[in-house]
Design a protein around this ligand. Sequence first.
Ligand code: ATP
Length: 222
Amino acid sequence: MSASLPSAPPLAPLVGVFGGTFNPVHYGHLRSALELVERLDLRQLSLMPSALPPHRDVPTCSAERRAAMVNLAISGESRLVCDAREMQRPGKSYTIDSLIELRGELGAQQSICMVLGCDAVQQIATWHRWRELLDWAHIVIIARPGWQLPREGKLAQWLSTHHLESSALLRQHPCGGIVVEELRPLSISSTEIRDLLASGRSARYLMPQSVLDYIQTHKLYC
Ligand code: ATP
């Protein structure tokens, strides 16, 4: 089943927001971000580090350091930016609050795409006011190695109700649709990188060298 959305006048180019812990940022995040920018012709994609992720332990690495690593990683790529809003807001970093803020800044007509990996989608029904997310943005799901979308249950129903057949439709409406994008699969996770570093092994070539240098300078994850 596909969502039928009311027609709307043509909109400005798409912008995207890619939330995560980025503890630390790696090529799985970065390559996916860049491929999405080009695939969807995004004007900009913001990587938005979560200061206090509501559903996981408080990261041992501070939000400031995680954002610093994101900034190093995207240096020189003007289509990727770091959005530090969740570090400036006290309390838990609820995505719905960030989307409402973004909508206020960008206006009612701007198409906004919230980007999520499949693993994050599996958890989405536990997020604060999750059903309202689509009132503020579209959702673009990145297929991720080893993860599948649910085929039954309330989440599967929600996904299929809002699914759009083509990403071209994202441009015609400011929010409310869900698309799945198959990008280059890169089986890299921050967990694996933290484990490598904690056991004294190398995380080289899984992330930018500038980020690894920062980790070494600040003696993170050891
Ligand atoms: P951790 O292992 O600590 O859970 P992670 O590598 O999954 O971290 P997060 O910062 O939690 O990274 O993820 C931010 C977003 O990026 C999530 O939506 C996640 O699904 C997505 N993501 C993470 N790694 C990849 C990858 N290799 N390919 C595509 N998407 C990814």
